[in-house]
Design a protein around this ligand. Structure first.
Ligand code: BGC
Length: 662
C-alpha cells in the first residue's frame, strides 16, 4: 500500500469505507467520496463493444440498450475461431481506446468460462471448449485492452458454464477437472495478463455463492495465484454483503439499497467483522481508482478504424465446414433467407452493443456481383404468409445455377439468462432448406449463430460456411470470402457434434434445479469425443480454406530440460494468399492416470503468400505435460514417453512424434 492510499484510508470514516465497497447509485460506477477527493470510476459492458449507456436526457428514454454507438466486434465465440491471438489482442486494444474515448474506465469482459455443453445460452460470449486456447486468447485480449489505460473485468469466476438457474445452481466439480479444465484459463490469464478486476459469478460452487466463496476468491485467486486486483460481484450476485467481503469480494455491484453498506458498518461495530478485512478491500479499491484515473487518456472515438478491424477479424473467423467446389462463387446465384437482408450480428443480453454501421450480406454481395435476385423465404411478418414466402423462394431457386441460403438462430433461442433447448435451426428454416435442396442441386449454406448447430441436409449441401456472429462488419467479411477475395482461415473452437445426445453432459445437464455435477470430469468436449472415438460432424480445430498446405520435415528438438521446440516447414501450395493454423496436441498412452488421448498445448496462425514456404516453430514446456494429482494436491510431471501430435484438427494427424522425459 503506498503512502497516498494509507493516508486516504486513515481519513475515511467507517461509513465511507463501507460505502466505497458498494457501487454508486448510478448503476455503472464506484461511489465517489467528494469530501476526500475520491473520484468515481465508471464501468460498462463488454466484451465485444463499449455499451456506454446514455443518460435519460440524452436518449429517447432510459433503457438498457440505449447506448452510444461503438464498434460491435464479432462475438467472442466467433473471434476465438480466428485462432489469431495477435488479432484478438488488437481487438482488445481498440476496445480499450473506444472505452477511454467514451469515458469508461472498466470494460466488463472478457468472459472466459469453459464451454461444457453446446446448450450454454451464453456460449456466444465465451471463447472455447479448450482451456489452453481460451487462456491464450484471454491473455492477448486483456493485454491489448489494459495497454490503453482501460481495465478489464475477467468474468464470470467461476463455473458459470450454463445459464440454467444461473442465480442459484450449485456446481460440483472434481478437483482434477477444476484444475485442468475449469480454473485453467482463469489461472493463465490472471498470472500472465494481470487483469485489474475479476467478476465473481452468480451461481454457487461447492455449496456457497461464488461471490461469497472464500475458497475461490481468497484461497485460490488471491493467495494461491497472487491476484492483487479488485473482485467485483456480478450484477446482483451478492446475497450477504458481510459474508461476501470476508470471502474476498471487494466491490458489490450494482447499488441496490443503503442496507448493504449499513450491514458492513454494523458488523464492524458489533465485532462480527474485523475492520482490517474492510480496510484491505478499501485499499485495493483505492489503488484501482487512483491507477485508473491516472491512466485516463484522450483517445478519439475512431469508429471507422474499428469497423475495418472488426471486418478483418470476422473474415479470419468464419469457418468453411464443407466445400465441394461451390465456393468461391463464380456462377450466377440467388440469395435466400431473411438473415441475408437483416443479419444477426451479435448475441442477446448485457453484451449488446449499439453498432456504428451495419451492412447486410445482400447489399455487400450486390456490390460485388451486381443485381443478385433475393427471396426472403422465412421470417414472415404480419400479413405475409409463410407458405407464400417459401414457395417464392423455391421457384427462385429453380431458376438459377446456385443458391446462397442464409440460416441461423435468433435472439430468443440464443441469449443470456436462458440455455438452448436443442441444437436445431428454427423449424421454418429447416423446412425451407429441405425445399430448396430439392429444387436446386447447388446450395451453399451460410450459418449465423454463436454456437453449435446440427446442420440439416448436410450431405445435400455443396458448401457450408459458419460465419458465427460476425459483428457490425460481418457482411463485408462474408462477401470477401464468398467472392474469393479472402481464403477462409477460421477453425472450430468448439466441436460440432453429430447430435446433442453425443455430448458428455447430456445425461446430467439440467436434471436437478438445485445442483449440477460435472461428472464427466476432464472428459469434456473433444477430450471426450476424441478419446472415446465418438463420431462428430466437425471436430475441434477443423476448418477448410481455398488452398492446400503441405507440411514437411517435422522435428522435435530440445527435451533435455524445460523447453521443446517442434519445427516444421509449411508451404502454401495454392494460387492465392492464405492462412493456416498449426496445431500441436499432446498425449501419453502409457500414463498411470486416465488422460484424454490428446490435448491442445500449442498453436499458431501463419500467413503464407501463394506458393510461399515458411518454417514454423511451436514451443512447449514441461508444464504443458503435467496432470493434476488429487492426492498430492498439485500438478505433477510423469516421466517417460509422450506423443506429440502435429495436426490439422484434433482428428486429423499430420505426424506423431515421440518425446521422452527422463
Ligand atoms: C451479466 C454480466 C454483466 C452485468 C452487467 C450481468 O447480468 O452476467 O456479464 O457484465 O450483468 O451488465
Amino acid at each position: 500500500m503506498n503512502e497516498e492510499i494509507r493516508k486516504l484510508l486513515k481519513q475515511m470514516t467507517l461509513e465511507e469505507k463501507a460505502r466505497l465497497c458498494v457501487g454508486a447509485e448510478s448503476n455503472w460506477a464506484t461511489c465517489a467520496i467528494p469530501r476526500l477527493g475520491i473520484p468515481a470510476v465508471t464501468m460498462y459492458d463488454g466484451p465485444v463493444g463499449v455499451r456506454r449507456e446514455m443518460a435519460e436526457s440524452e436518449g429517447d428514454g432510459f433503457n438498457q440498450h440505449n447506448s452510444y454507438p461503438a464498434t460491435c466486434f464479432p462475438s467472442l465465440s466467433t473471434v476465438s475461431m480466428s485462432w489469431n491471438v495477435e488479432a484478438v489482442g488488437e481487438m482488445g486494444r481498440l476496445l480499450g481506446e473506444q472505452a477511454q474515448a467514451l469515458g469508461v474506465n472498466i470494460l466488463l469482459g472478457p468472459g472466459i468460462n469453459h464451454k461444457r455443453t453446446p446448450l450454454g445460452g451464453r456460449n456466444f460470449e465465451y471463447f472455447s471448449e479448450d482451456p489452453y486456447l481460451t487462456g491464450q486468447l484471454g491473455v492477448h485480449y486483456v493485454n491489448g485492452l489494459q495497454s490503453t489505460g482501460t481495465a478489464c473485468s475477467l468474468k464470470h469466476f467461476f463455473a458459470n458454464n450454463t445459464e440454467y438457474n444461473r442465480h442459484s445452481i450449485d456446481i460440483k466439480i472434481g478437483e482434477r477437472a477444476c484444475r485442468e479444465i475449469y480454473l485453467a484459463a482463469f489461472e493463465t490469464v490472471i498470472k500472465q495478463a494481470r487483469p485489474k478486476t475479476v467478476m465473481s459469478a452468480y451461481n454457487r460452487f461447492d455449496g456457497s455463492f461464488c461471490s461469497e466463496n472464500k475458497r475461490l476468491l481468497t484461497d485460490i485467486l488471491k493467495i494461491e495465484w497472487g491476484y492483487e486486483g479488485v473482485v467485483i460481484s456480478d450484477w446482483g450476485a451478492v446475497h450477504d454483503r458481510v459474508k461476501a467481503l470476508e470471502a474476498g469480494c471487494d466491490l458489490e455491484m450494482p447499488y441496490q439499497t443503503e442496507e448493504s453498506a449499513a450491514s458492513l458498518v454494523r458488523a464492524v461495530q458489533e465485532g462480527r467483522l474485523d475492520e482490517k478485512i474492510l480496510d484491505r478491500s478499501v485499499a485495493t479499491l483505492l489503488e484501482l481508482i487512483c491507477e485508473l484515473k491516472e491512466s485516463e487518456r484522450e483517445y478519439k472515438l475512431d469508429l471507422e478504424t474499428g469497423h475495418e478491424k472488426a471486418r478483418e477479424l470476422a473474415a479470419e473467423s468464419a469457418v468453411l465446414l464443407k466445400n465441394d467446389g461451390a465456393l468461391p462463387l463464380r456462377t450466377d446465384f440467388c440469395v435466400i433467407g431473411e438473415l441475408a437482408e437483416t443479419p444477426r450480428i451479435q448475441g442477446a443480453g448485457s453484451s449488446r452493443v449499439n453498432p456504428y454501421r451495419v451492412s447486410s450480406p445482400l447489399t455487400e454481395l450486390r456490390n460485388i456481383y451486381g443485381n443478385v435476385a433475393y427471396a426472403k423465404g422465412y421470417g414472415a411478418n404480419e400479413g405475409e404468409l409463410a407458405e407464400v414466402l417459401a414457395d417464392e423462394a423455391a421457384s427462385l431457386a429453380k431458376s438459377v445455377p446456385a443458391v446462397l441460403f442464409f440460416a441461423g438462430l435468433d435472439d430468443k433461442t440464443e441469449s443470456e439468462n436462458c440455455d438452448r433447448k436443442d441444437l436445431m435451426l428454427p423449424p421454418e428454416q429447416i423446412r425451407l432448406l429441405e425445399k430448396i435442396v430439392a429444387a436446386n442441386a447447388n446450395v451453399i449454406l451460410v450459418l449465423q449463430a454463436g454456437s453449435v448447430i446440427e446442420i440439416p441436409c448436410l450431405d445435400k449441401l455443396n458448401a457450408v460456411l459458419f460465419a458465427g456472429l460476425g459483428g457490425e462488419s460481418g457482411a463485408e467479411a462474408l462477401a470477401d470470402i464468398v467472392s474469393g477475395k479472402i481464403s477462409p482461415s477460421g477453425r472450430l473452437s468448439e466441436t460440432f457434434v453429430a447430435k446433442l445426445s453425443d455430448n458428455p453432459t447430456y445425461a446430467t445437464y439440467a436434471k436437478d434445479p438445485e445442483r449440477m455435477s460435472y461428472s464427466e470430469g476432464i472428459f469434456t468436449g473433444y477430450r471426450y469425443y476424441d478419446s472415446e472415438e465418438v463420431e462428430v460432424a466437425f471436430p475441434f480445430g477443423y476448418g477448410l480454406g481455398y488452398t492446400d498446405f503441405v507440411y514437411e520435415n517435422p522435428v522435435v528438438s530440445g527435451g533435455g530440460d524445460e523447453e521443446f521446440v517442434l519445427s516444421v516447414e509449411i508451404t502454401n501450395a495454392g494460387n492465392m494468399d492464405a492462412k493456416e493454423v498449426v496445431q500441436l496436441y499432446v498425449g501419453k498412452k502409457d500414463s498411470k492416470v486416465q488422460r484424454p488421448k490428446k490435448e491442445l498445448k500449442a498453436f499458431c496462425k501463419i500467413a503464407l503468400a501463394a506458393k510461399e514456404k515458411k518454417v514454423v516453430r511451436l514451443t512447449l514446456n514441461q508444464q504443458s505435460l503435467r496432470y493434476y494429482d488429487e492426492t498430492a494436491r498439485q500438478f505433477v510431471l510423469e516421466k517417460g514417453c509422450y506423443e506429440l501430435y502435429l495436426n490439422k484438427n484434433v482428428s486429423e494427424n499430420i505426424a506423431v512424434l515421440p518425446l521422452t522425459i527422463n
